[in-house]
Design a protein around this ligand. Structure first.
Ligand code: ADP
Length: 476
């Protein structure tokens, strides 16, 4: 069933969400840090202007002895809108203030006044009506005593205004940045994941109509998704090759089976219809039909052998002494020498792991071919050598050889180098395909070297049995 991509299951949405969240966190941290540092800077600015103003006021107050002897100047010139000045006597009692405060006084903060009376200048926050202010209390020393305290208060209004504007700017900017981040990351993720969507739709299209010739577009960039597309195409190529081979195999097999069937049917019909046929003609037609039936039986056996190999039903996991197998089979082969010189080079002892019947089949296929394609008077030589961890079986003939055009194809199913000639000699074109499937099933390899008119050499390499098995103790 086709699954619908929901917003939460979509990689694109998740990527955009993660990116936007991270961006949001960065913006919050950055915004808070900026806000705090601007706030700190503005308060330090207020503090330093309050301290400077306090010093001006203090320097204009002339003190001789205690407060009673103080000359307090007019404080108004020191004040300005939002800035208030107040002087306390040596007991912390207000004795003068700037006109901006009206009848009021700067709010009394006991702790700050006490600390100023003890000679320590301090800052504190206060309220005048609805207005927040910052107050600096600076002691004026005379003869080692605190003769007076100058208090200067400044409204926070400007700071608050600046900070609120900054806050609005930060929130607005962050919201805009998040919106942009979300849309950009969505767009980038969509673009980056487009090949995935292409692969998905191509896979679906192929699944719906088995058109294995379709390929994905692979761009110039070899990024991860480009590699995925290329790998997908390679897989399609492999599938297409396998599918085509399968189709060709079925077509070839039907064709091969149809030919003998047609002959058998034709001959039988002929015998049935021609009632007054002489016994000789009748026997000839029946014998011909029988030969075709036998050919068909051989073909069906070959197909069965291939099907078994394809299904992996080859290796019985027995230790097989190849040299014994060779020596046991040799007399049967010699019986079919038919004017050829057959030579068995003294074989090395080699034990492999496998199925003796199947390995014998390989040997017979190679020898049958060599004998079939070597003219009378020619020579077929078989050798078995053991090198390191492999057993090497060679069948060398001085026959007609294989042309370079045919050589790469002779292990393919139903391939015959010369089709017309082969049909006469009875070959189905499956022998070498079966031999190769069996050898591969045993973990080995099979190869050929050949020159037209000079002969061919088939070489089978099989891994030797790794555990120590006494070659003499084995029957084969
Ligand atoms: P077949 O059953 O027709 O022999 P094979 O698969 O055994 O089919 O061989 C495929 C083709 O390879 C043969 O048709 C033949 O043309 C060629 N061939 C195989 N062995 C030899 C050989 N020893 N010398 C020359 N040609 C060979």
């Amino acid at each position: 069933m086709r699954e619908q991509t929901t917003l939460t299951s979509s990689i694109r949405a998740r990527l955009a969400l993660v990116f936007t969240t991270v961006m949001g966190l960065v913006l919050v941290v950055f915004g808070l840090a900026l806000y705090a540092s601007v706030q700190g800077y503005l308060i330090r600015e207020i503090d330093s202007s309050l301290a400077e103003l306090s010093h001006h006021v203090a320097s204009s107050i002339s003190t001789r002895g205690y407060s009673s002897a103080m000359a307090i100047p007019d404080l108004d010139p020191f004040a300005s809108p939002g800035v208030h000045v107040q002087v306390l006597d040596g007991y912390g009692v207000p004795i003068a203030h700037s006109a901006g405060l009206g009848m009021a006084e700067l709010p009394h903060d006991r702790a700050s006044v006490d600390s100023a009376l003890a000679g320590m200048p301090t800052y504190h926050a206060a309220e005048i009506g609805a207005e927040s202010i910052r107050v600096y209390s600076m002691p004026i020393q005379n003869d080692g005593h605190v003769a007076a305290i100058v208090q200067v208060g400044k409204s926070y209004h400007d700071v608050e205004l600046t900070l609120s504007q900054l806050g609005k700017l930060l929130i607005g900017g962050a919201a805009l940045a998040l919106l942009v981040a979300a849309s950009v990351s969505w767009a980038v993720a969509s673009r980056a994941l487009q090949p995935v969507a292409d692969i998905t739709s191509a896979a679906r299209a192929i699944a719906e109509s088995p058109d294995l010739t379709r390929r994905l577009k692979v761009g110039q960039t070899r990024d991860e998704l480009g590699q995925l597309s290329a790998a997908f195409n390679e897989m399609l190529e492999g599938l297409e090759a396998a599918y085509t081979a399968q189709k060709r195999f079925v077509a070839d097999a039907s064709h091969e089976l149809r030919a003998p069937l047609t002959t058998i049917r034709g001959n039988l019909e002929f015998v049935l219809r021609a009632r007054d046929l002489p016994a000789e003609g009748r026997n000839e037609a029946l014998a011909d039909g029988l030969a075709e039936a036998e050919r068909m039986a051989r073909l069906v056996n070959d197909l069965l052998a291939l099907a078994r190999s394809d299904a992996g039903q080859i290796v019985g996991f027995h230790p097989v002494a190849l040299h014994k197998l060779l020596l046991q089979t040799w007399p049967h082969i010699q019986a079919r020498a038919n004017g050829l010189e057959l030579v068995l080079d003294a074989p090395d002892q080699a034990v492999v792991r496998g199925d003796p019947d199947r390995l014998k089949q390989v040997l017979l296929i190679l020898l049958d071919n060599s004998m079939k394609y070597t003219p009378i008077g020619g020579r077929v030589e078989v050798s078995l050598r053991r090198r390191a961890n492999e057993a090497i079986l060679r069948v060398v003939d001085t026959g007609i050889g294989i042309s370079p055009d045919d050589l790469p194809h002779i292990f393919e199913r139903f391939y015959r180098a010369d089709k017309a000639r082969e049909r006469v000699s009875g070959g189905s074109g499956l022998g070498l395909a079966i031999a190769r499937a069996i050898v591969h099933g045993h973990g080995g390899s099979i190869g050929v070297e050949s020159r037209t008119g000079e002969g061919s050499t088939f070489t089978v390499r099989l891994p030797v049995w790794s555990t120590r098995v006494s070659a003499e103790s084995l029957e084969t």
